[in-house]
Design a protein around this ligand. Structure first.
Ligand code: HAM
Length: 452
């Protein structure tokens, strides 16, 4: 049997519905914040990621899927979304548009990592970028937007960690200090960190192996190396975060794994029990030098990305109840070919009228069809009968209470509308969203429509 590749997942059934629901919340929130959707290719020139993410980063040295295409070009499957967005910004001369450009994406990325819980080779990220503004309000907006998406989905146990790497001068000074500090402790570092010392010393600080060691705890902190301008800027970001009522902690060990960052960096952690080591739901930061590095105009940018797989895990661990539709409104059963034709016709009519309708496809016995209706959680069932159809009637049964009504076929849409669409609150159950304690006047994503 051919099996899926390591670190890749098949997502189907209920889980696929959760993914689709998450996508819908992302789209709805992004629209309110006025970010436009951007779709960039899965394949890009290898050079984009070497120059963009950094030659010495883990991603570029060990994790990219690289290949030479049939035309002899060096191609890489994108390991993240930011470099492609910046390439597109430059190539399509978006810098000529009204700045800033605010975009979001949601798609598959590839990283050749050792597969483990929360670490896949094929991963899906949604992310957003603001290109063309250095305003600290953008930093705060991106952080609060990420937090608000998590909240809208019903997550409660999250923690925001922020830090600043300062401008290039501050970052360079800090890097030198770190190398000086770690060199005498070389033997106490893990094998990866020994390599990082020359190439990427900042990454030693967020090493998962060495993170609890005293050498890391006592290492120099970025914030002590910020020049005045960078310090003022970071304070302004914090002021705006307070205005937006975002709770955060300053964590000097947040340095991020990609080379393009400066100034604000941040990560959002899941705090729910049982997550394991890979509990960072998402991260991002400012990358003011990347656009120029990739051949575009000097353009300050900031962004964030979140792994959807980890987000689904967090929702499951927090037992958030999501408004996933798992029931069929009506299941149509039949015995003969004439009734089957009518089932096909009526299913289509009712689906186009907005109901979730299913029917039998394999000409199975009525007993098997009843079982199928139960498996699909059909709220109502109707056994089509030639005589009833000729009399313009249908018997509809509530599949739970077994109460039956005989109604005119002309009235079926009104009947279902009354029976199904007036019970939305009951069907959704307890609202788990932070913005409401009860359903009355609730303005959360699930109930907004009802209130209107
Ligand atoms: P990143 O920290 O590399 O940042 O990835 C962001 C998120 O993607 C992680 O926090 C995690 O949720 C998810 N993720 C990353 N690698 C894996 C994996 N192997 N398996 C499962 N999930 C994973 C970036 O990608 C930056 N482009 C973020 C950004 C946007 N910075 C500025 N703009």
């Amino acid at each position: 049997m051919i099996q899926r590749q390591k670190g890749c997942n098949d997502i189907y059934g209920r889980e696929a519905k959760i993914w689709k629901y998450i996508d819908s919340v992302i789209d709805a929130v992004m629209e309110k914040y006025n970010y436009t959707y951007i779709r960039t290719p899965l394949i890009e020139a290898t050079e984009l990621f070497h120059r963009g993410i950094g030659e010495s980063t883990d991603i570029v040295t060990k994790e990219t899927y690289d290949f030479v295409d049939r035309g002899g070009r060096n191609i890489t499957l994108r390991p993240e979304g930011t470099a492609g967005v910046v390439r597109s910004f430059i190539e399509n001369k978006m810098y000529g548009d009204n700045l800033p450009v605010k975009v979001y994406y949601n798609g598959t990325m590839y990283r050749y990592e050792r597969p483990q819980s929360g670490r896949d080779r094929e991963l899906t990220q949604f992310g957003m970028e603001i290109l063309g503004s250095d305003d600290p309000l953008c930093d705060a907006e991106i952080i609060s937007l990420a937090v608000n998406i998590y909240k809208m989905l019903g997550l409660k146990e999250i923690k925001v960690n922020i830090n600043s790497l300062g401008d290039n001068a501050s970052r360079l000074k800090y890097r030198e200090e770190l190398v000086k500090y770690f060199k005498p402790h070389m033997d106490e570092l893990c094998s990866d960190c020994k390599e990082r010392l020359e190439k990427n010393p900042l990454r030693i600080l967020d090493c998962k192996v060495d993170c609890d060691s005293d050498i890391i705890k006592n290492a120099p902190k970025t914030l002590n190396f910020l020049n005045e301008e960078s310090r003022d800027r970071f304070e302004k970001v914090q002021e705006y975060l307070d205005v937006l009522e975002v709770k955060y902690e300053i964590n000097p060990n947040i340095v991020r794994g990609l080379d393009y960052y400066n100034h604000t960096v941040f990560e959002i952690e899941a705090k729910v029990d049982g997550f394991g080591a890979n509990n960072v739901l998402g991260g991002g930061g400012r990358y003011n030098g990347l656009c120029k590095e990739l051949g575009g105009p000097d353009t300050p940018c900031i962004g964030f990305a979140c792994g959807i797989g980890r987000l689904v895990t967090a929702l499951e661990l927090e037992k958030v109840s999501l408004p996933i539709v798992e029931d069929v409104d009506l299941f149509l059963l039949y015995v003969n070919e004439e009734e089957k034709n009518y089932a096909a016709y009526l299913s289509q009519e009712l689906r186009l009228a907005g109901f979730i309708v299913d029917t039998e496809y394999n000409n199975r016995s009525l007993k098997a069809q009843f079982k199928q209706a139960d498996r699909l959680n059909a709220k109502y069932i109707a056994v089509l009968n030639s005589e009833d159809i000729n009399n313009n009637e249908i018997k509809i049964k509530n599949n739970k209470t077994k109460e039956e009504d005989i109604i005119s076929l002309d009235a079926i849409i009104y009947y279902l509308d009354e029976k199904i669409n007036t019970n939305i609150e009951e069907d959704y159950g307890e609202c788990s969203h932070e913005c409401c304690g009860n359903h009355d006047g609730c303005k959360c994503h699930n109930h907004e429509e009802e209130d209107l």
